[in-house]
Design a protein around this ligand. Sequence first.
Ligand code: SF4
Ligand code: SF4
Length: 230
Amino acid sequence: MGLQHGADSQNRSRQTSCKQCGICCSKGGAALHSEDLLLLQQGLIPRQNLITIRKGEFAHNPITDKVQVTKAEIVKLRGTGREWTCCYYDPDSKCCTIYEHRPLACRTLKCWDPEKSLALVETDLLSRLDILEGDESLQELVRKHESSCPLPDFTLLVTALEKEQANIVAELEVLVNADLSFRNQAVESSELVLNEELFLFGRPLFQVLQSFGLQVFQSGNCLRLQWARK
Ligand code: SF4
Ligand code: SF4
């Protein structure tokens, strides 16, 4: 692995332009920054193609190259199906289908010279409330979801599960089902909310918890959790 890393570094140092390999787009859609608001306002990037990583979720930090807790919410281009590959990436042509109006982070990225794109990380990010400015009812819906369905402290989760598994699993089941019930009510009342669910509320909590080794199963109308130590 060390040798491979060395070879990568050498290849990078020789690279001077984009080879259109698509690796960056397959790692996930770009995070949006203030400058990208115009693209949304002009309808070039619809909200249904966005996903929110809520503050406190874990995400890959390109600066440290580690998966770390996010200090602010990140609104980004959603993936394709269950994959993180950007929904605007066409694997057949290996091209960006919105190349002319791709977001700032994509225009800035030079994998062979990452200084400028690293400077954008967690800087001047667009939030859901920024994007929804002028739509008070959707802003209120987002706020209500945040207050009634808070995220658990993921930094303490595994330690807490190791210490008192039964209690923590029970607490998480309450949160998971509250989150699901909130979403169900919201999407039933509006097709727009249904289409924009991942942007408005982020990923359902039960999905987020799966990466911590919590298995999810249905029991009647509720979701139950089981922790399988990783
Ligand atoms: S910026 Fe780099 S990783 Fe992205 S497509 Fe170009 S060469 Fe590939
Ligand atoms: S918008 Fe285009 S360049 Fe940016 S991540 Fe998606 S496919 Fe890649």
